[in-house]
Write a protein that binds this ligand. Structure first.
Ligand code: NAD
Length: 337
């Protein structure tokens, strides 16, 4: 081999080696990039107002926890009649175990406001509520007043969570529900969400997100979920679509609702047949290895409130182990025998 050829071949070999090195370095960089750019839900620097937390069993608590895990600051609005017992239990450490976050720190609430989402302004509050001893000692708890206080104390917020419902005649079939009971269910469970978005919307940053909680009874018949509550959830889902449009155009925020499977929360226990619903779901849902956990709704809410869901709005997202998709109960005696 001539000296010139030998030099050429040596430099080609050198080039191949350095190419291989470059490829290895690039693929190592690629690996590093892939590892470092994991799709974390990052809500650091975001402020969330969560309405509907009065213990550590319900969806509101789980959503607060998931938002905290993602780094958001959480502010609560708690129903006035439930506030005292909630704050006392909180202070006495009753919730300490469930406050623990995965990094060992404790979930903290920046502030807990008294709130009753059924009333927009003080003028709406009837005498029997204004003088009710369960409301005594609290002030500024109507939706407009709470929104104003939150703005004064915290400025703009990014996340608004409506995790509350009430239907005084829920145990009655629709055929036996009074006008008063029906309207009360819609007022507490659906209009309350409209009111919250109306009054908190102006203090939400562009790109912010609103979440509420709905239930399958809006779209399928669930015997036992009465008193107009099925109607209220249907309204909530329809309002989610309309508010997504209106609030999206007006403030650049997103509005979604999560259709949750059954959970043994305080509100659900008051309805009376929640344990049966949990067992029914466990037997008949596509995913049937374990009952639904509240944190699974929390995690979905955190995702929906994050920039990862930036193009999702107006949606009803089922988080129910797939139960909503079943048209036939596998456990029905006619089928299982
Ligand atoms: P929960 O008892 O933890 O939450 C309901 C909260 O609503 C309570 O904290 C209560 O104090 C509050 N509340 C009631 N009236 C209010 C008012 N006027 N103003 C402010 N707060 C008020 O029970 P949960 O089951 O977690 O309920 C949260 C949401 O999830 C509700 O919308 C409920 O319909 C929905 N949901 C529940 C289930 C279930 O099986 N538990 C299933 C699907 C949807």
């Amino acid at each position: 081999m001539s000296a010139a050829l030998a030099n050429q071949s040596a430099s080609l070999a050198g080039a191949r080696v350095s190419n291989r090195r470059a490829t290895r370095a690039a693929s190592a960089r690629g690996r590093a990039v892939r590892v470092n750019a994991g799709l974390n839900i990052d809500l650091k620097g975001k402020k969330a107002f969560v309405a509907g937390v009065a213990d550590d069993n319900g969806f509101g608590w789980a959503i607060s926890k998931a938002l905290s895990e993602a780094g958001a600051e959480v502010i609560l609005g708690t129903w006035v009649p439930a506030l005292n017992i909630f704050e006392t239990s909180y202070r006495r450490g009753k919730f300490d175990e469930s406050r623990k976050l995965s990094d060992g720190s404790m979930m903290e609430f920046s502030k807990i406001y008294p709130m009753d989402a059924v009333f927009c302004t003080p003028d709406d509050v009837p005498e029997d509520i204004a003088t009710n001893k369960r409301y005594a000692g609290n002030e500024k708890w109507t939706v407009t007043e709470v929104a104003k206080c939150v703005e004064e104390d915290f400025g703009k917020i990014d996340i608004l969570v409506h995790s509350l419902a009430n239907g005084p005649e829920v145990a009655k079939p629709l055929l036996e529900t009074s006008r008063k009971g029906y309207l009360a269910a819609v007022s507490a469970s659906s209009y309350s969400n409209v009111s919250m978005i109306q009054h908190f919307g102006p203090l939400m940053n562009k790109g912010g997100a609103c979440i509420s909680l709905t239930y399958l009874a809006s779209e399928r018949v669930i015997p036992g979920y009465g008193g107009g509550m099925s109607s209220a959830k249907a309204a909530l889902e329809s309002d989610t679509r309309v508010l997504a449009y209106e609030a999206g155009r007006k403030w650049g925020i997103r509005v979604n609702t999560i259709s949750a499977g059954p959970l043994g929360s305080r509100a659900a226990k008051a309805i009376g047949f929640i344990d049966k619903m949990i067992n029914y779901s466990l037997t008949n849902a596509p995913l049937n290895e374990k009952p639904l956990e509240a944190i699974e709704i929390g995690n979905t809410a955190a995702f929906l409130c994050s920039p990862l869901a930036s193009a999702i709005t107006g949606e009803t997202i089922h988080v129910d182990n797939g139960l909503a998709h079943m048209g036939l109960a596998e456990s029905a005696p006619e089928i299982s025998q």
